[in-house]
Design a protein around this ligand. Structure first.
Ligand code: HSE
Length: 434
């Protein structure tokens, strides 16, 4: 059997998964791409001991030159993560005429155009199926199976850690910090959870998806980002009562030639397909103008699922490597669409106040909202207490900047103790959508 030789950077969770899946599914891989994939060299840190079995010592190297200068290696897989030296190594591999497969979402979200241009000029491929939603195929479907569509909307649960935390908070009525601590103790959440719980990881993934979907270079800085740390069990309880589920969503829409790009906790109707995506699962909901609505669902992390995506890229490159690539690997270099400032988006909102239980408070707040064109669709007030009671509103569609201005004024009403939380509500139907 003819072999294609590959250099692997990183033998951690995903690298180990790639090693194992190549051995476990050798026959299927040969059947589907026509060649055996052989890992020739593996770049690891000094003192690294492989956790997977069967890796002979002579495959390991601490020097990237052993990969980049090896003419027999045609494809380099980057699984070391982070920006540097991953960026430098990928650029060197490309310049040496090697195709590159990477799972590095932070790198692609911030330097994707630079890497894509380098690959395009060198006539090699840059593939990144594993960078978004792990084992769930979404990058290649957007480029290939859905390539004949104008993509109008993407909504995704793109981070497993936060979905796990929100699912536990919903099912067990516990607060954010208790679930986070438990998830860290069980190894589900990182010791430093910032990238996940503050929405950076989901925003990196949304940057990559929107770049591909909308045919314009999307900047990571243009994606509005808000994490889940402020979600209170009260918000979850009110969501349930009002017929919603709280999810951290990455939302990207093209409306009138402009892009809305945002990651934030969202109320979605309990019968929306994304509402049923629980635990650490990921899902991406896509609306194409020809195909209609689609949803992709599965494991967004983990050794074998992510390896499944990485190896599919290697196989795809093997099948197409005799064709001269005249595509930009899904990237576009000239901006064609502007990102809309967050203040201009139009949405429905859930707003929870803590107020003194005095007659007339509700009227004062509603009047102030009215002055800023914010109209209310539901109101809930429960309990009676001198110390304060929660007062909850769902608004009709309103401009974000009007909501923010109204809230500043509402905050100065004496009877308003605090603004507990503001969560955007996604009802599924877009303005102007048929
Ligand atoms: N930390 C990510 C998550 C997995 O929780 O989904 C890798 O992207």
């Amino acid at each position: 059997m003819e072999k294609v030789k590959v250099g692997l950077m990183g033998l951690g969770t995903v690298g180990g998964g790639v090693w194992d899946v190549l051995r476990m599914n050798r026959d299927e891989i040969i059947r589907n791409c026509g060649y055996e994939i052989k890992i020739e060299k593996i770049l690891v840190k000094e003192g690294f001991k492989p956790k997977v079995s069967g890796v002979s010592k002579d495959k390991l190297t601490h020097n990237f030159d052993d990969i980049v200068e090896n003419d027999e290696i045609e494809i380099v897989i980057e699984l070391i993560g982070g920006i540097e030296p991953a960026r430098e190594y990928i650029l060197r591999a490309i310049k040496a005429g090697k195709h590159v497969v990477t799972a590095n979402k932070a790198l692609l979200a911030q330097h994707g155009v630079e890497l894509s241009k380098a690959a395009y000029e060198a006539g090699v491929r840059l593939s990144y199926e594993a960078s978004v939603a792990g084992g769930v195929p979404i990058i290649n479907p957007l480029k290939e199976s859905l390539g004949a569509n104008k993509i109008k909307k993407i909504m995704g649960i793109l981070n497993g850690t936060t979905n796990y935390i929100l699912t536990k908070m919903t099912n067990e009525n516990v607060d954010f910090h208790t679930v986070l601590k438990e998830a860290q103790d069980m190894g589900y959440a990182e010791a430093d959870p910032t990238a996940d719980v503050e929405g950076f990881d989901a925003a990196h993934k949304l940057t990559i998806l929107s770049t591909l979907a909308f045919g314009t270079p999307v900047k990571f800085e243009d994606v509005y980002r808000e994490g889940i740390t402020k979600i209170n069990p009260l918000d979850i309880e009110y969501a349930r009562e009002l017929g919603y589920v709280v999810k951290l969503l990455g939302i990207a829409k093209e409306i009138d030639g402009e892009l809305e790009l945002r990651v934030h906790p969202t109320f979605i109707p309990k019968n929306h397909p994304l509402a049923a995506v629980n635990d650490s699962f990921n899902a991406v909901f896509v609306k194409g103008n020809a195909v209609g609505d689609l949803m992709f669902y599965g494991r967004g992390a983990g050794d074998l699922p992510t390896a499944s995506a990485v190896i599919s890229d290697v196989m795809d490159i093997i099948k197409k490597r005799s064709l001269k690539p005249n595509l930009k690997n899904g990237f576009s270099y000239e901006p064609t669409k502007k990102a809309k400032p967050m203040g201009e988006i139009v949405n429905e909102y859930y707003i929870r106040f803590m107020v003194k239980d005095i007659p007339g408070v509700l009227g004062k707040i509603a009047t102030l909202f009215g002055e800023y064109n914010v109209s209310l669709s539901s109101v809930i007030q429960k309990g009676r207490s001198e110390r304060g009671v929660p007062l909850v509103f769902i608004t009709h569609e309103a401009r974000e900047s009007d909501i923010q201005k109204a809230l500043q004024e509402v905050n100065s009403i004496d009877e308003v103790i605090e603004i507990g939380n503001i969560i955007r509500v996604e009802n599924g139907q877009e303005r102007g959508e048929q």
